[in-house]
Design a protein around this ligand. Structure first.
Ligand SMILES: Cc1cc2nc3c(=O)[nH]c(=O)nc-3n(C[C@H](O)[C@H](O)[C@H](O)COP(=O)(O)O)c2cc1C
Length: 352
């Protein structure tokens, strides 16, 4: 018997709250094809076969982070993930990847059901290429006007991600973006809210505002099934919300997308990297596109050093403000069960 149930009344009570949660998540679970409308957002180096399969096996929706992978590497990663789960999962592709269309082909060959495009507006032809092959397309909407534009162009679902999130961030908080975008867009396509979500109470609140589901990254980064180095995980367990700071742009001519990460020596070396790239721009050695690519390669390398090598001083410890709610290593199934339980209880308290 479920340990949460103490008698028939409790049984009914729990059933009702769970049914309410399931009905609020129904659009999201139908769209994703899984049991809970909880996506684990793609995290470069972290969201590989093991974590992605574990999330999907536990009833959530895992997403492979393609990052800077070549088409060959992505091909292998998808095949390896399929060997670990027969449940649906997605692939996150970065729009500025020079081989984006080859990567789309790899996803199509594997009949990946959901592609997430991150890192800016979808380049010409990419929406058609993804949808032609039958996949559903999910994009990030940083403002209401862009959300409308994306849906007009054929995007099937949106992620609304606020600046509390780990990794690359926009300037607006999750709570404000959700209020800006959900009232207009939730009736048109499934909208998943991301950024700063660490507990189920927040999930319940966004579902009640019209979200079809949520996307979390930080809360899952240190799960038992995550291959992140023990040093990386330890740094997360010790950190509090205020340790997860956004990078600072030092040169107005070089617009860099801010990244939220735990403060360390690597934070300072990013300032030096920006100066180096700005100087190359000034001297005409490189163009803006190349400058931005160099910045992105810097982040990919720095994140790898922290996640894979365990260099928590010089590497990048990308983390969202919910990092304070990550206190120990737990299995993905435990984390999802806890989030669902908290969300159900929150809905029950409101209904009482
Ligand atoms: C370590 C780390 C790496 C990330 N890498 C990526 C990435 O490669 N592509 C992407 O679209 N989002 C990336 N993200 C963002 C997550 O997919 C997710 O949207 C975000 O973590 C949600 O906010 P939260 O961290 O507050 O839960 C990353 C986040 C973290 C913490």
């Amino acid at each position: 018997m479920d340990p949460r149930l103490r008698g028939d009344d409790d049984k009914k009570y729990i059933y009702m709250t769970t049914a309410k949660l399931a009905s609020l998540m129904a659009r999201g679970t139908d769209f994703l094809g899984c049991e809970t409308a909880i996506l684990c957002g793609a995290m470069s180096w972290v969201s590989e076969r093991n974590l992605v399969a574990a999330i999907s096996n536990a009833g959530g929706f895992g997403v492979i982070a393609c990052g800077a992978m070549t088409p060959e590497l992505l091909d292998r990663e998808i095949a390896a993930t399929k060997a670990l789960t027969d449940r649906p999962f997605g692939v996150n592709l970065i729009t500025m990847h020079p081989q984006l269309f080859d990567l789309i082909d790899v996803c199509a060959r594997h009949e990946v059901g959901h592609v997430v495009l991150a890192g800016g507006l979808p380049p010409k032809g990419s929406i058609e290429a993804i949808k032609q092959k039958g996949a559903k397309l999910i994009c990030f909407a940083p403002a209401l006007s862009l959300a409308k534009k994306l849906v007009r162009s054929g995007v099937d679902a949106l992620v609304v991600e606020g600046m509390e999130a780990g990794g690359h961030i926009g300037p607006v908080s999750t709570s404000v973006l959700a209020q800006e975008i959900l009232p207009d867009m939730a009736g048109q396509v499934p909208v998943f809210v991301a950024g700063g979500i660490g507990r189920g109470e927040a999930i319940a609140a966004y579902l009640e505002m019209g979200a079809a589901g949520v996307q979390l990254g930080t809360r899952f980064a240190c799960a038992t099934e995550s291959i992140a180095h023990a040093n990386f995980k330890k740094a997360f367990f010790r950190a509090s919300a205020r340790d997860a700071v956004a990078s600072v742009q030092i040169d107005a001519r070089l617009p860099v997308i801010p990244v939220r990460a735990l403060k360390n020596a690597g934070t300072e070396s990013f300032t030096a990297k920006q100066r180096e790239v700005a100087n190359l721009l000034d001297s005409g050695t490189i163009e803006m596109m190349e400058a931005q690519l160099q910045i992105e390669h810097y982040w990919a390398g720095a994140l790898r050093r922290a996640v894979i090598d365990g260099d928590v001083e010089g590497g990048s410890l990308m983390a969202g403000q919910s990092v304070g709610m990550v206190t120990k290593e737990e299995s993905v199934a435990t984390i999802i069960a806890q989030l669902m339980e908290e969300a159900a209880q929150a809905l029950a308290r409101r209904a009482a």
